[in-house]
Write a protein that binds this ligand. Structure first.
Ligand code: 5AD
Length: 394
């Protein structure tokens, strides 16, 4: 498939007449017939994020869907989500499980419980899983994660997956030695969200000891070590502009990340950032998040993009909408129900009491309802990573 031939350009035309009449709120119209080979510049990205009229939004959605189908196919890749501990040494201003939230009952799953979740994923044909937890940097934690990765790999081998499940880690900033140790143990993807690529906004979201520079450095280190690397941002934060989000998109591109996980900001009552009166309505933040997904798909083309659970917290069909706007990864909950409510990063988290079995069935139906199919028994790696590796070899 020719890469140049599948690039997408969305042209837009000013429509001041219609704007004045209030027929097209945006004051411009994207034209489907103008979608052709080219690239997305800052101004077009901004217009995608600013789009309000149903017609423009549908044009953008279709363009993103077309790029997705051409570059990644129609399958949705599943990563069973195991939130294995809510203990955290960080004090992020937006997060419900931040260190200083005394209202949270802390837990860590046992190795046997984690392996059981993984075996359940393997039996259901989910090709991959995500091990997510609060951050800890002690030796005991590093050793525990390495052991969990090894055990999952050993206990989930099958004819279809001779090396066991694909493993993504999402456990924050660590030393290079720890990242390397976990990679060696068998984890091959790492998700580390930047939260915002705007230094001032990053600083407002985090305590002083968590620095922008360290996070950027961590992303570079992970890539150098050979991980498939994912990042992402929160969308609709207090004080965040559309220009900031355009910068985030361009940073994804410049960093050359393989995966994107991003979703709307949702205030948590026990987190100091709050800002409920300064952010858009749930509907506005959901719409903006969907347009961010579409813009990321159009700009980055062959990366894996998750339809995150936070989308579903804002709308019953949030994740399906994410898929329709260009996402191709879903992370079904497999955390044991008994601890799930203790892992509330934001208020209104969905699926708190459905068991994994119900989540599995419900997701398959949801995925098929938007004309896509589940990729079973495969890791479902990012095509961007394969391209990156092939280029490095050449
Ligand atoms: N709203 C939305 N997303 C949040 N996260 C944490 N707290 C919130 C919140 N209040 C996201 C962050 C983090 C991921 C694990 O969850 O982006 O990286």
């Amino acid at each position: 498939m020719s890469v140049a031939g599948t690039a997408v350009r969305i042209n837009w035309q000013p429509r001041p007449d219609k704007a004045k009449l209030g027929l097209v709120e945006d004051g411009f119209e994207f034209s489907a017939s103008d979608i052709h080979a080219g690239f997305l510049d800052r101004e077009t990205l901004h217009r995608i994020l600013a789009a309000q009229s149903a017609q423009n939004i549908e044009t953008i959605r279709r363009a993103a869907e077309k790029t997705l189908l051409e570059r990644c196919g129609d399958t949705v890749r599943l990563r069973g989500l195991v939130e294995f501990s809510n203990r955290c040494v960080c004090d992020c201003n937006y997060c419900g499980i931040r260190r200083s939230n005394r209202a949270v009952k802390r837990y860590t799953l046992s190795l046997a419980e984690i392996v059981e979740c993984a075996q359940w994923c393997a039996a259901k044909g989910y090709g991959s899983l995500v091990l997510q937890a609060g951050e800890r940097r002690d030796e005991k934690f590093a050793a525990f994660v390495a052991e969990a990765v090894r055990a999952i790999k050993a206990e989930t081998c099958s004819t279809e997956l001779p090396e066991g499940l694909g493993i993504t880690l999402c456990v924050g900033e660590q030393s290079e030695a720890t990242y390397a140790r976990w990679f060696e143990a068998g984890a091959h993807r790492y998700l580390l969200r930047m939260e915002s690529f705007k230094p001032a906004l990053f600083a407002a979201l985090h305590p002083r000891e968590q620095t922008y520079a360290a996070r950027r450095e961590a992303l570079a280190t992970l890539k150098r070590l050979g991980y498939q690397v994912g990042t992402g941002v929160m969308i609709g934060l207090p004080g965040q502009s559309l220009d900031d989000l355009v910068d985030d998109l361009l940073a994804f591109r410049d960093l050359g990340v393989d995966m994107i996980g991003m979703g709307p900001y949702i205030p948590h009552v026990q987190a100091p950032l709050g800002g409920a009166d300064q952010i858009g309505s749930a509907q506005a933040r959901l719409g903006l998040s969907l347009r961010m997904i579409a813009a990321a798909r159009l700009l980055l083309k062959n990366v894996n993009i998750a339809a995150t659970t936070a989308l579903q917290a804002l709308s019953e069909t949030g994740r399906e909408q994410g898929l329709r706007f260009g996402a191709n990864v879903i992370m079904p909950q497999v955390t044991p129900v008994r601890v799930r409510s203790q892992y509330t990063l934001y208020d209104g988290k969905p699926c708190l009491d459905d068991n994994a079995e119900q989540c599995c069935e419900c997701l398959r139906k949801r995925i098929e309802s938007v004309g896509r199919r589940v990729l079973y028994q495969a890791w479902g790696d990012s095509a961007h990573f394969a391209q990156r590796r092939a280029l490095a070899k050449a």
